[in-house]
Design a protein around this ligand. Structure first.
Ligand SMILES: [Fe+2]
Length: 450
């Protein structure tokens, strides 16, 4: 919240400026930006002679022939073309970053699972080396599915740069902020904000204010986009103007650098003699962005019952089947709860989709105990879950006055594919072995028997 503020009641006042310096507003716009005057060619993409001796290069996020509405590409004007950044790779390993399919990493039986926050390590790890995979789903080789990760970063990436050929990265900081210096410019994110780094975009990550922890959804499938609103209409949920894409920024830096690449679950590194973040200007609609989750305008029940949690979808990555997401990013933000004669928490249910949840701050209303900021839960395909005993008791006894659910922000990565636990997740010391006991005290209440 570098330039925002909250009222005493916790209501978000907004930024002092609608779009902070260094960013451009909008979702999926055709942006153009240059960090040196005249660096962008006018009226064409690939002139015979470019300003400042730059190389023109296209980065395609969709097939060339994708329909206009889903066609995404950007033109980058850079000091060196990417072929000078991407030669002479040698294989390397980041063994805790797992990739689907990875279906037989442990012997745990099925079950609802929950973890406490993972402690920040003592040793120096950066965003790459501190990334640990919790679950994988689908198959990276067919570009379907996702992985849920956490990151623990105690050091900045200085000479190391990275791009991911396997998917886009949706980053959800939970403790302290990060600065993503990407080919397209700089994105600073704090807890309460997210950023999305598209597939193939090079970047490095530095710490903003100390050791950082958070969550990452690696989406192997179609890009995240805004969900359709249907009868809700043209406004609310995540509004396009609140997404911020960085203006161009570059490093003209010679010296020893390394470029890391993730490709079909394997890792490769190349020594290069310069920074690959050398894009002086760019235009197009394939670019990273950030979003402040406190700008999300939730829609909910105004009389009784409540909609499915999909009403809180921020971004959706569709699959080929309509309404069946490869992965949805859903939040549970501050809101009023006003429904009459209704059980207000999330109901008991089983779901074909698989739900990985995290808590950024505050208390989640269905689990007032045990689900702590930085923690995680996994409710997999067709495994029952719902409010714990205390939440049930409270919800059934509560006087149904309007209640403001304040100072809370939880989220969910929800995918159509079963999520497979990694060995790291199965053996994590913060795994709460007694999690399912939160339902054990729910007694038989049946009054229709003999
Ligand atoms: Fe659920």
């Amino acid at each position: 919240m570098a330039d925002g503020s909250k009222t005493a009641e916790g209501a978000w006042c907004g930024h002092s400026r609608a779009t902070p310096a260094g960013y451009m507003p909008g979702f999926g716009n055709d942006f153009e930006t240059e960090s040196l005057p005249g660096a962008l060619p006018v009226g064409q993409n690939s002139p015979q002679h470019t300003a400042y001796g730059l190389y023109a290069e296209q980065l395609s996020g969709s097939p060339f022939t994708a329909p206009r509405g889903s066609n995404e590409r950007s033109w980058l004007y850079r000091i060196r073309p990417s072929v000078l950044h991407g030669r002479g790779f040698r294989k390397t390993a980041l063994p805790l970053w797992r990739t689907a399919p990875a279906t037989a990493e442990h012997d745990r039986p099925i079950g609802q699972l929950r973890w406490g926050p993972v402690p920040i390590p003592e040793e120096a790890v950066d965003f790459l080396t501190g990334l640990r995979t919790m679950t994988t789903a689908g198959d990276v080789n067919t570009q379907v599915g996702m992985a849920a990760h956490i990151y623990l970063a105690t050091a900045s990436m200085e000479d190391d740069y990275f791009y991911n050929a396997d998917g886009e990265l949706l980053v959800v900081p939970q403790l302290n902020g990060l600065l993503f210096f990407t080919e397209f410019g700089k994105i600073a994110v704090e807890p309460g904000e997210i950023c999305v780094i598209p597939r193939g975009v090079k970047f490095k990550v530095t710490l903003l204010n100390g050791p950082s922890r958070g969550y990452v959804c690696e989406n192997y499938g179609a890009k995240f986009t805004l969900p359709n609103r249907g009868p809700i209409g043209a406004n609310c949920l995540a509004n396009a103007r609140d997404f911020k894409t960085p203006v161009a920024a570059f490093e003209d830096r010679e010296g020893g650098c390394r470029l890391w690449v993730k490709w079909c679950g394997t890792f490769h590194v190349a020594d290069i003699g310069h920074s690959p973040l050398d894009v002086v200007a760019w235009h197009g609609n394939y670019a990273p962005f950030k979003y402040d989750l406190r700008h999300y305008a939730p829609v909910g029940a105004v009389l009784f019952d409540h909609p499915d949690p999909s009403i809180f979808t921020v971004l959706t990555a569709p699959s080929e089947t309509a309404g069946t997401a490869n992965v949805d990013f859903v939040i549970f933000p501050e809101r009023w709860s006003v429904a009459e004669h209704s059980f207000r928490p999330p109901w008991y249910h089983m779901n074909i989709m698989s739900e990985f949840m995290g808590l950024i701050y505050g208390i989640y209303d269905a689990k007032p105990e045990g689900f702590t900021p930085g923690g995680m839960s996994l409710h997999n395909c067709m495994l029952p879950h719902g409010p714990d005993k205390d939440a049930y008791e409270k919800a059934t006894r509560l006087e149904l006055k309007p209640v403001r659910i304040s100072n809370t922000l939880a989220f969910m990565f929800e995918t159509r594919f079963p999520q497979h636990l990694t060995r790291f997740a199965a053996e994590l010391t913060t795994l709460q072995a007694d999690y399912a006991e939160c339902w054990a005290r729910l007694e038989k209440r049946f009054t229709g028997g003999k």
